[in-house]
Design a protein around this ligand. Sequence first.
Ligand code: IP8
Length: 268
Amino acid sequence: VLLALTARLSVIKLGGSAITVKSKPLAPRLSVIKAVAEDLACLYEEGERFIVIHGGGSYGHPLASKYCLHKGFTNVVQLKGFAETELAMRDINSILVSSLAEAGVPVAPMHPSCMAVACRGEIADLYLKPLKLTLELGLIPLLHGDVVMDVKDGFTVISGDKLATFLALRFKAKKVVFGMDVKGLFDKDPKVHPDAKLLKLVKARELGNISSVPSVRWDVTGGMRAKLAEARKVASKGIVVCMGSIVEKGGLLKMVKGIEGDYTVIVP
Ligand code: IP8
């Protein structure tokens, strides 16, 4: 059952800067979350199957940054920071769980801190069985970037992007969609150069040449640069990657269904 399922499985990452207000701590972007939930419900009804992962945005990152959780365990003050960050991640997570359920997506929430172990900031082990079983039943797993115990560093922050590519490779997904607050990859920084062109089709090996836009100050998981490295990892193994805006209506639908639009597709 699972093999038949994974052949049409997409892994969808909802970027923290799309689903939260970047400039304001602990502020959800409810209109985007609602529209995304409706798109996901529509895809589900049409028979698409997917794993959804969301980022930390202005919930997880400012706290993880304040307590330096991404640098590993160094002092006991961080332990309170760990608890605070986990609480904030659960807050944004429950907004997503209720929005998805309300829209009609049979969501199965899962916390990576309880399922994964890292080693030097990389996922070393992730218990896949709950994911396999929920997918087989027709449920939609919802995970998120999280603080995960690390056998060498005490703990670390594992991004939703890393989880997305890890799961896509393990489940041999057909596609990874990175939903962002920007249209995709450009030939030059569109904020500086108004004539910057959106790159609609990029080969995995060309990703190294793309100068990525600087990420927000509080991003503890490496921002766009790290995202491109993850995209390259899966695209070079034959999994199509789409990167584009989920802030504009219908953006997510187009990317998952492969309908032509203003977003970037990365191929092997
Ligand atoms: O926004 C980071 O997840 P990301 C999660 O996907 C935390 O990088 C706890 C900051």
